[in-house]
Design a protein around this ligand. Structure first.
Ligand SMILES: Nc1ncnc2c1ncn2[C@@H]1O[C@H](COP(=O)(O)OP(=O)(O)OP(=O)(O)O)[C@@H](O)[C@H]1O
Ligand SMILES: [Mg+2]
Length: 246
């Protein structure tokens, strides 16, 4: 279970990017929805320990999320992954595995091959990353998030830059992870993807949690786009300013 309690993040003197955010997530696939600048990446970076909350706490299975014990349970795919261009895909996975402390010792060639196969770039593993297309990079980013066999996957817009078939394939991978008993926390602004794969959704707008619960409950019989726009518009009417434009 992931538990946020009264989490706030303020970048210098700006309006808080995340504002008094409390939530418990305990479903296989959680979709974290919000417009550009809503605060999704900030929340995810705080979970994985790349940013420190200004106030509040985040716990994973009762452990502080930034602790080494919690990090052992996590895999993270950043919004804009950084790669060593001269490494091959296989070398990169070995490198990431070593960073995580490599369970069992030695490079795990079969493990890396199976991960590359899982994300649909088995053949590309022996080529240097500088030759990869955008979608191949995205897939490699996904594979690296799985290298330490994590219980929790934190994926920041993992379907970005993928073609329609790629999106479908990666959604299948996420459902596969769910069936393996892992938990996925997915940042996205694509409503249809949430409807397809997520068990619950959280809606963030201007740094505040506006809804969390079942997708059906959120939709209440309406198209998800309509409900999303209503949720966001309700905030604008209440006179709050979107961080993005602040
Ligand atoms: N390093 C930073 N310094 C100052 N402000 C920041 C920084 N990173 C993010 N912000 C601000 O925090 C707010 C939330 O940004 P964040 O990246 O979390 O949004 P997001 O929901 O992930 O958006 P997107 O869909 O565009 O990825 C924005 O107003 C942004 O300008
Ligand atoms: Mg983001």
């Amino acid at each position: 279970m992931i538990e946020f309690s009264r989490v706030t993040k303020q970048y210098r003197k700006r309006k808080p990017a995340v504002d008094d955010f409390s939530l418990a997530v305990d479903v296989p696939i959680f979709g974290f929805l919000g417009q550009n600048g809503a605060g999704k990446t900030t929340v995810m970076k705080m979970i994985v320990g790349l940013l420190e909350p200004t106030a509040g706490s985040i716990m994973i299975d009762g452990l502080p999320s930034a602790s080494a014990a919690a990090k052992h349970k996590m895999g993270y795919m950043p919004e804009t992954p950084y790669f060593y261009e001269r490494m091959t895909g296989m070398e990169f996975l070995g490198f990431c595995d070593a960073l995580y402390g490599r369970r069992g010792g030695g490079t795990r060639v079969a493990h890396y091959e199976s991960l590359l196969g899982k994300v649909g770039i088995a053949e590309a593993g022996r080529f240097e990353i500088r030759t990869y297309s955008k979608g191949m990079r995205q897939r490699l980013g996904f594979a690296q998030a799985l290298v330490n066999d994590p219980e929790y996957l934190f994926l920041d817009e993992p379907l970005d830059g993928l073609d329609p078939l790629g999106r479908r394939e990666m959604k299948e991978v996420m459902l596969g992870l769910k069936h393996e008993g892992r938990k996925v926390f997915l940042n996205t602004h694509i409503l249809a993807d949430v409807e397809e794969v997520c068990d619950e959704v959280g809606i963030i707008h201007a740094g505040k949690l506006r809804f969390s619960g079942g997708v059906r409950e959120f939709c209440a019989g309406k198209p998800i786009e309509e409900r999303f726009m209503e949720t966001v518009a309700a905030v604008a009417e209440a006179g709050e300013v979107n961080n993005h434009h602040a």
